[in-house]
Design a protein around this ligand. Sequence first.
Ligand code: PHE
Length: 446
Amino acid sequence: MSAVRQGFSSRIGFIFAAAGSAVGVGNIWGFPTQAAQNGGGAFLLVYLIMVVILAYPMLVAELTIGRLTKRNPVASLRALGDTAQWQKIGSLVGVLGILALSLILSFYAIISGWLVSFMAAPFFSLLGFERAASWLTEFSTSRNLIMMLIFLLLTIKVVGSGVTEGIERWSRRLMPLLFLLLLLMTAYILTLPGAMVGLEMYLVPDFSQVMNPDLIVSAMGQAFFSLSIGVCALMVYGSYLNSEENLPKTAAIVAGLDTSVAFLAGLLILPAMFVAQNNGVEIYTAEGSLKSSDTLVFTVLPSMFDGMGVAGSVLAIGFFALMVIAALTSAISMLEAPVNTLTEETTLPRNRAVWVVGGAVATVSAVIVFNFNSLFGLVVTLTTVYAQPLLALVFGLMLTWVLRRDRLLKEMQEGNPELMEGVFWKIWPWYVKFVCPLMMLLVFFY
Ligand code: PHE
């Protein structure tokens, strides 16, 4: 174990890093396209409700588990129980969380590789290297493999530099850039013809859809994925947060930032789709439903950019740069939890652990790339639809049923001495203990 444990140097550093983890492909691609396919404003409404009533309370739980012991996720979950039995179960849950997270990284790196490809392609086109540009944008095993490796190398570099020098430093640089790019692109797209139709579809709820079971399940899954919940990513960031910080408040800021970016991305993507339609690009399938989300991002938007000349190339580069930044700061958090666990549970130093974990993830990723059609969708469903909500539920249960209540209270009072007077403490422990599990079971059986 390292003698001095690293941590974030300030509250704002933590917030940038945690928001960097939460804001990812899930916000900029997942959220708008799910909204477009599930009744626009109706999805937005149900999503917001899910964030407030389920995701936020569970985010507080996960951060609390991390900060309580200030150790890696496996050790943190192990330390919740007083008996040997519970400690074993805690370790097992931690290991499962780390495995699920590493699997998420293995498919996330493939998608992120495509984003890097689409960001680089316009440069090659502008320089006249058409063959390179088309290799980058056409689906092939070689492209998928090489670009995935490039993206993972980038992630390994940042995580290898440590918590303050790598993760915090890069999150502080990249997150403001992401906000700026997103604002500029949205403002520009909204001025183009056709944009208002998309805006209307996004913002006006179709209330007949609100109780649709598919919509509710999708919104819950999207909220868990978007807030990085249930797979130890934010637990490990919580363990780097110092004890002066108020946990419920910090978690609220992170959830608020993540939700704002998802909302803003909707203001960009949905209008952009209808701008594309206005330019003659098909956005609906022959059956009249919206094209699937991967087609939207990798075909519809690029063909709109293509039709706009040099301005289009600049927009394309900007748009995919935005996505790459979002993906990178999320991938960093995915690599950090297994790396931190390895360095603390064995004697491996960080600069070796990043290569061990990175190499293992790259191998699994490569297996997926070579068996894309049979494995990709399976891994996504297994990890995001099943593992994330189930593990999040177990984290919440461990914290409120297994951990002694006086220890929980003491931890929550750190950075929040007036906790007992406020409503948060009167509601939240009971809520996570009884209401969250019930609601999640309900959604699952629904
Ligand atoms: N929240 C990230 C996104 O929206 C994905 C993620 C999931 C990150 C799980 C860490 C852990 O893209």
